[in-house]
Design a protein around this ligand. Structure first.
Ligand code: SUG
Length: 438
């Protein structure tokens, strides 16, 4: 069994829309100039690093943008260039939503349960409905089609519909789910973390919204056929959400039997950790980072917990941290302590994914991972598996088709419609399958 990382390839319209309330990086970079080319190359380099560490790596292609159906639903009609031109004159704020490259954050694409955990022994996927933000909600339909194309082998995979489009079932995918297990092949505990109850309709004085509902997490666990004995639900602490922790993967990361977590991640944290540990009868390594070591603010600024925790050789793990951690004394000290102490983490690598980071997406946001058997892995289309050859072709493609700079005003340029259209057509040819770009 192996853990496969599926990374979202960053799309050619990556920009800083300032679209995400509660996501401090997105808000503070609102309307800054972006570099789609640099963004995509950074993402590609991260995939290379992970693949070279020996962890299987695959890609999710970006979604076609602009999302014309979204603009048409707002009352605009005609040819794509005309639609964009009219929107730019009458409702320019819609362009940022329609052009968002947010599908790059694959950790929000779906929640996934590996076959060792599910009743029918298949891998279950629920695409996230992402209804809390308009620019993310438009991802769900294309994501569902993409997952059904990639995971089409019904012997191994089940791709469910997204949860109902209702506030009660607000779902943000695997960013709010942590799977812990002794060995990958053994049944694991799936920890689902939610921000609020879907029945809670009070307009609170809270600084930021809670995105995931408890009902969404519970319904997913049920659909996936998870055993209640191996499923746990925990609520994010309000303190964390108000410090900018809009998903649980901004404050905790787990892999196999290691759970790295900030002390203020959950409501009633001691009880949550106790329940987890009870299921492992002493085999779980819970590594709690105190606020004194790394304050919530510094955790959000550096995205330390959004590191990827990867099993690189039997029993040993490597942390793949954002570059911002290397430049933070507090994060550095935490890393040094973890490497020094007796636990499976033996190495740390830093990656520069700053273009994504400036929108609130670190290394772990860019990937959706799932434990797979060799047979399940063999059932994936080869076109999406990272290889040095694919890397090379994608690099040339990015260098040819992506702008070095993109400003908010550039989204009004009708030429951008054709430019990104050509880029997507070419990507379809590289992957050899148009259905991978639904
Ligand atoms: O949903 N940012 C994303 C970042 C998602 C990070 N994912 C995880 N933590 N797993 C979000 O807030 C900003 C887009 C903009 O402002 O242009 C954005 O959507």
């Amino acid at each position: 069994m192996m853990e496969v990382n599926f990374d979202g390839l960053l799309g050619p319209t990556h920009h800083f829309g300032g679209l995400s309330a509660g996501n401090l990086a997105s808000l503070s970079h609102r309307h800054h100039r972006s570099s789609p080319r640099r963004a995509a190359l950074e993402g590609l380099d991260k995939m290379k690093l992970v693949a070279e560490l020996g962890v299987p790596q695959a890609i999710f292609p970006p979604q076609r943008r602009p999302h014309l159906q979204f603009l048409r639903e707002q009352g605009f009609s005609g040819e794509p260039r005309l639609v964009v031109d009219a929107v730019a004159r009458r409702r320019p704020e819609l362009l940022s939503v329609a052009y968002s490259a947010s599908s790059m954050w694959a950790a929000n694409a779906a929640t996934v349960s590996p076959s060792a955990d599910t009743l029918d022994g298949r891998i279950h996927w629920t695409p996230a409905n992402l209804i809390s933000m308009p620019h993310r909600k438009i991802e769900a339909e294309q994501t569902t089609k993409l997952l059904r194309e990639i995971f089409s082998e019904e012997r191994f995979f089940v791709v469910h519909d997204p949860l109902p489009d209702q506030a009660k079932y607000s779902d943000e995918g695997a960013a709010n789910q942590t799977r812990l297990c002794r060995q990958y092949e053994q049944r694991g505990v799936e920890l689902f973390v939610y921000g609020r109850s879907g029945d809670d309709t009070t307009v609170s004085e809270n600084r930021f919204p809670a995105r995931q509902t408890r009902q969404a997490s519970e319904l997913i666990a049920k659909r996936h056929g998870l055993s209640p004995d191996w499923t746990l639900f925990a609520q994010q602490s309000r303190r964390a959400i108000n410090a900018g922790v809009f998903h649980n993967d901004v404050i905790a990361v787990g892999n196999a039997s290691v759970h790295l977590v900030h002390e203020h991640a959950f409501v009633d944290q001691a009880a949550v950790l106790r329940q987890l540990e009870r299921r492992f009868a002493g085999d779980l390594r819970t590594l709690v980072i105190t606020d004194q070591e790394l304050s919530l603010e510094e955790a959000v600024r550096t995205y330390f917990f959004n590191s990827q925790l990867l099993t690189t050789t039997a029993g040993s793990m490597t942390l793949v941290c954002p570059l911002e951690c290397e430049r933070s004394q507090a994060a550095q000290q935490v890393i040094e302590r973890l490497l020094r102490e007796d636990n499976p983490i033996v190495d740390c690598k830093f990656v520069d994914v700053r273009q994504s980071m400036h929108n609130g997406g670190g290394p772990a946001c860019l990937r959706l991972r799932v434990v797979m058997t060799p047979d399940e892995f063999a059932a994936l289309p080869r076109a999406i598996i990272w290889t040095p050859q694919l890397h090379q072709r994608l690099q040339v493609w990015i260098e040819t088709h992506y702008r070095d700079e993109l400003s908010i005003a550039d989204l009004a340029d009708p030429d951008l419609v054709d430019e990104v259209g050509n880029a997507f057509d070419e990507l379809g040819r590289i992957l050899g399958n148009k259905r991978l770009l639904p």
